[in-house]
Write a protein that binds this ligand. Structure first.
Ligand code: C2E
Ligand code: MG
Ligand code: MG
Ligand code: MG
Length: 288
């Protein structure tokens, strides 16, 4: 049932405008009750140190499964949640759920002090209460702030750079770190990049996925790594799909790697298994 509904969704997106409007309304109705219906979950995608290939952290990625709509990707429902004003409740749930899960995994010896990355939407950053809310979540869950990294997309930061700068500074004071996501797709002024209190750049996956066949993509990746290091920022590549790309990125001096080549985003139980069995094996093999 859900499967055929999922197929209908695909048709909604690719067909006429009135159908798209219809699906949008249906989706908004479903999205309104998704939190209380317990339809959200988090997947975790490992991030690895480029040279040692050891896991250094994971990114929490939101998943929505709805009985009528099937699986709806975050790239589709997050913008809708922003427009409909649901993003605050959803974003709050993500933060709380991600931190709670990470602390539980830590207690089971799975996370070994590694970093948890959580995506924040621009609407959350614009919320003046964000800093207090995050501080509350950290306090309640007991997650050490040094173990939390917030990811904000570049294009969103540049919508309102002065507000963003102030909010980022206040977040940094809590002790968390900040990464700029999808870097290279927006229009960062280098002056702002210097002023923003950020710790890390995530090279957008479109360049990473293209770098083995397209010399312009390869040049952009190389330039972003150079820029990041010049500004004393860590650089992460996302969308690393092949071992060839992983090797090329490592040779370019990229610090960390994330992508299907190592692991897809995993549901909690599979992530736990990966951390306990797969990743230590990879590490042992490499140490020999
Ligand atoms: P993002 O933060 O840039 O996340 C990376 C996306 O790339 C994820 O898609 C991930 O599944 C995918 N990915 C990772 N490795 C590879 C790879 O090797 N190849 C390919 N083709 N894709 C890869 P996903 O999970 O569909 O998320 C899409 C976007 O939705 C995220 O982009 C992020 O902007 C947003 N998002 C996801 N979860 C949340 C959330 O909890 N809150 C907010 N505000 N946004 C979220
Ligand atoms: Mg991200
Ligand atoms: Mg990204
Ligand atoms: Mg993205």
């Amino acid at each position: 049932e859900a499967k055929s509904a999922g197929r209908d969704m695909v048709r909604f997106f690719s067909k006429e405008t009135d159908q798209r409007v219809l699906s949008r309304q249906l989706m908004e109705v479903q999205l309104r009750q998704a939190l209380s219906a317990g339809e959200f979950s988090l997947h975790f995608q490992p991030r690895l140190h480029a040279r040692t290939r050891q896991v250094v952290g994971a990114e929490a990625l939101l998943r929505w499964n709805n009985a009528e709509l099937g699986y709806v990707p975050p790239g589709v429902f997050i913008p809708l949640a922003e427009e409909a004003g649901f993003i605050h409740a959803i974003g709050d749930w993500v933060l709380r759920q991600a931190c709670t899960t990470w602390v539980a995994l830590e207690k089971q010896g799975v996370c070994r002090g590694l970093t948890l990355s959580v995506n924040l939407s621009v609407a959350q950053l614009a919320n003046p209460a964000l800093v207090d809310e995050l501080s509350q979540v950290l306090h309640e869950t007991g997650l050490p702030p040094e173990q939390l990294e917030l990811e904000l997309t570049e294009s969103h930061l540049m919508d309102n750079p002065d507000t963003a700068q102030e909010q980022l500074a206040a977040l940094k004071e809590l002790g968390v770190s900040i990464a700029i996501d999808d870097f290279g797709t927006g229009y960062s002024s280098l002056a702002y990049l210097k002023r923003f209190p950020v710790d890390r750049l995530k090279v957008d996956q479109s360049f990473v996925m293209g770098m083995m066949d397209d010399s312009a993509d390869a040049a952009i990746v190389s330039a972003v790594i150079g820029l990041g290091h010049t500004l004393a920022l860590g650089v992460v590549a996302e969308g690393v799909e092949s071992l060839g790309a992983a090797q090329a990125l490592t040779a370019l001096g990229c610090d960390e790697l994330q992508g299907y080549c190592f692991s897809r985003p995993l549901p909690l139980e599979e992530f736990r298994h990966y951390m306990q069995h797969v990743s230590p094996v990879v590490e042992r093999r490499r140490r020999r």
